[in-house]
Design a protein around this ligand. Structure first.
Ligand code: MRU
Length: 351
């Protein structure tokens, strides 16, 4: 299955091309970033979003920065690049993949201090492109492991968008679903709409429809009742950061879905690559949770739906305790509880 769109690409002209996810599903518009502040802005505004996708965008932003730096010796070059990394990582706080993407480029540069700078700049751009290609390969590996957990004829509930749009391609949670379809399983997907930003209604529905995978959108509040009626066989979601004990930060509402799945005896799977694990954090309590503009809640598609003058809360991620996670699907295999041991055995410390 080949995607008919490209979430993120390094163009032959040396710019970063993004499918603008603020405009989907009604308009399919690509934007080009010519320098790293434009990449940072695109991440902040969620033109590109989803943990692995912003990791790759961060790497490409660093490559744009490396190309533009005036330094003519390695030490000032590296120090300026580190400053760019420190600014870029602030674009969004919760998904650790952004930090991972930036640090990967910095580490790559540090190990090549002996290269002439023009050569190093080119090598960094190649590395950023490699990150994109590797992400797709990692997602396919995750899909191959994860599809074994999907029964034929299953109805699968997913939350937010952990698909090709949230990665360089193929997806994490939706990669598992794509792999199940490729293995001949007749599945159907329920996409939780994912208020407030509507990633499920706008993005998951869009990309699955394009691939011809049966999908229906449900309001988030419908999950409990559908589970009780036996109309959901499993849940699979992505993750923005997984702590060393297996606690999972993902889109707001994920925790509620996990509790509902537990209450109804339905498996709750998380699909995430090694780059989403943050082994510096002992538990999910230390994961920073992004708060966005309350207007995302008080308005829908720019139209106010709350009385003027009424405020709103907008924490955009939550943490699901590891005890509610049936298994974590990674490119290195399927992790099962107890997670601290399983994670230590399979996930390298650098993530
Ligand atoms: O705010 P978003 O849309 O960037 O949040 C995305 C999610 O929560 C995804 O589920 C997560 O990044 C996994 S993507 C493969």
């Amino acid at each position: 299955m080949r995607a008919s769109f490209e979430t993120i690409a390094w163009t032959p002209g040396g710019t970063v091309r993004l499918l603008d996810q603020t405009r989907l599903p009604l308009e399919e518009i690509y934007v080009e970033c010519r320098d790293w502040p434009e990449v940072a802005e695109a991440i902040r505004l969620m033109r590109v979003r989803g943990a692995p996708a912003i990791g790759v965008a961060g790497g490409m932003g660093m490559a744009l920065a490396a190309r533009g730096l005036a330094a003519d010796r390695f030490e000032p070059f590296l120090s300026e690049l580190e400053q760019v990394g420190a600014a870029l990582v602030r674009a969004r706080p919760t998904a650790v993949n952004l930090r991972w993407g930036i640090e990967r480029i910095l580490e790559f540069a540090r190990k090549r201090r002996d290269l002439p700078l023009p050569e190093l700049r080119r090598a960094i751009a190649d590395e950023a492109r490699r990150m994109r290609d590797e992400d797709i390969a990692v997602n396919r590996a995750m899909g191959a492991h994860g599809q074994a957990l999907v029964p034929d004829r299953a109805t699968i509930l997913t939350h937010c968008n952990a698909g090709a749009l949230a990665t360089a391609g193929y997806g994490t949670a939706l990669g598992v679903i794509r792999a199940a379809v490729e293995a001949g399983k007749r599945v159907s997907v329920l996409a939780g709409e994912t208020r407030p930003w509507l990633q499920g209604a706008r993005l998951t529905a869009w990309e699955l429809q394009r691939d011809g995978i049966p999908v229906r959108v449900i309001a988030d509040a419908m999950a409990a009742s559908l589970m009780r009626q036996g109309r959901v066989q499993l849940v699979v979601v992505g993750a923005d950061r997984i702590a060393a004990n297996g606690d999972v930060a993902n889109k707001i509402g994920t925790y509620a879905v996990a509790l509902l799945a537990r209450a109804h005896g339905i498996p709750f799977y998380v699909a995430a690559p090694a780059s989403t694990f943050d082994l510096r954090l002992a538990s999910g309590a230390a994961i920073p949770i992004e708060e966005r503009d309350p207007e995302e809640v008080t308005h829908i598609a720019g139209v106010r739906v709350c009385p003027p003058g009424v405020g709103a809360l907008n924490p955009v991620f939550d943490v699901t305790p590891a005890e509610h996670v049936t298994a974590i699907i990674t490119e290195r295999g399927i992790l099962r509880p107890p997670y601290p041991e399983a994670i230590r055995a399979r996930i390298p410390v650098e993530g």
